[in-house]
Design a binder for this molecule. Structure first.
Ligand code: PLP
Length: 370
């Protein structure tokens, strides 16, 4: 293949190092969360690296994502937690995928699949302790009643919840969620049900709430080397994490323009001096946020060149400066150590680093550094 006009470089050594960081600070098992194509980093490559680096579980949102792991021959335990009624639970059981049970309707479908296939479902019971999203809340009591009747037909592997505000060090909300979580766990244990793996912590809680680690931590953003929240928890570097994703794109053209040239749709960008503009082969269809302002951009040999004007569908324009030696056909760094970070792009667009990496389009090839 010819050189790609833009590509994503994934440093798998960074992922290994980030996992090692958590193995050093926690005795809990590690679940590598690989939903959304591993936050845009590539499902299978990340999953394999995580397993080699000591993760003993994989976590996905969708059942389809878990099935992809199995079709690739990955046999590590996998939990899929976003499985609406009507999903192919038979396939999940055939492929030894653990299922989250978060409502009575899902419980019944999982039980029916167990009967049809003759395979005992492996389930993780999800409780809603304050996020007010997934998990048992108002159905909890009727769930316990139903569980008494059917527990012999289930392998209850896990018991779990999810934190809403673990990235706010000043809030006691996570402690309150843990208190309720333990109350609900006690209720389950009074039914003589003892899940082997109790889990609650996401990246933020893994870093900031060691009391929540229990038997397993579920690592997403931090495994990719990014901070759960730069303003409240510090940067990747502050946290001892190495970002795994960088992005390079080619300049399709470099042109000299006078001061006061209006750039892009709507003419919103205006040059403030005679300068050179770089036309970069990456736009919002590739996942760059259209609303990013000039606090983000690219770098060329470590020199920052800021966005000017609106990001277009397949391209964007940066101000290289009058003296830049950048040439058409050369690569610039869109995200990378020597330029802007996913956090810079996030703050330039009023969003979070999670949204930046997960939206990088699959039409950009991923290149893996081992
Ligand atoms: C996405 C997700 C995680 C990982 O969250 P991070 O903040 O990226 O660490 C953990 N658990 C569940 C249920 C999730 O949906």
């Amino acid at each position: 293949m010819s050189e790609p006009r833009a590509y994503v470089e994934i440093n798998l050594k960074a992922i290994a190092s980030n996992i090692a960081h958590f193995k050093a600070i926690s005795d809990a098992q590690i679940m590598a969360v690989v939903k959304a194509d591993a936050y845009g980093h590539g499902l299978l490559e990340v999953a394999r690296t995580a397993i080699e680096s000591g993760a003993s579980w994989l976590g996905t949102a969708l059942l389809e994502e878990a099935l992809l792991l199995r079709s690739a021959g990955i046999t590590t335990p996998v939990l899929a937690w976003l499985t609406p009624p009507g999903d192919d639970f038979d396939a999940a059981l055939h492929q030894s995928i653990d299922l989250s049970v978060s409502s009575l309707a899902i419980l019944e479908e999982v039980l029916a699949a167990g009967e049809r296939t003759g395979i005992t479902p492996r389930i993780h019971i999800e409780v809603d302790t304050g996020m007010t999203r997934g998990g048992f809340l108002e159905e909890w009591d009727s769930f316990l009643v139903r569980l008494r009747e059917v527990k012999g037909s289930l392998h209850i592997v896990g018991f779990w919840t999810h934190f809403a505000r673990a990235d706010e060090p000043d809030s006691d909300f996570t402690d309150q969620q843990m208190i309720l979580f333990n109350v609900l766990l006690n209720a389950l244990q009074s039914e003589a049900i003892y899940p082997e793996i109790v889990h609650a912590a996401n990246s933020a809680a893994s870093l900031a709430h060691s009391g929540s680690h229990k038997q397993m931590i579920r690592l997403g953003i931090a495994m990719y080397g990014l901070s759960p929240d730069v303003t409240t928890m510090g940067s990747s570097a502050d946290l001892g994490l190495i970002p795994a994703m960088s992005i390079k794109a080619k300049l399709v053209n470099v042109k000299r323009v006078p001061a006061l040239s209006r750039v892009g749709y709507g003419g919103t960008g205006v040059t403030d001096r005679d300068t050179q503009l770089g036309i970069v082969c990456m736009g919002y269809s590739d996942g760059l946020p259209r609303r990013a302002d000039s606090t983000a951009g690219v770098s060329y040999n470590g020199e920052l060149a800021r966005l000017i004007g609106r990001v277009s569908m397949d391209q964007c324009v940066v101000d290289l400066g009058a003296d830049s030696t950048a040439l058409a056909g050369e690569y610039v760094t869109v995200i990378g150590e020597d330029g802007f970070s996913a956090d810079d792009w996030a703050s330039a667009a009023g969003t979070i680093n999670y949204e930046i990496t997960t939206r990088i389009a699959t039409r950009l090839p991923r290149i893996y550094l081992r």
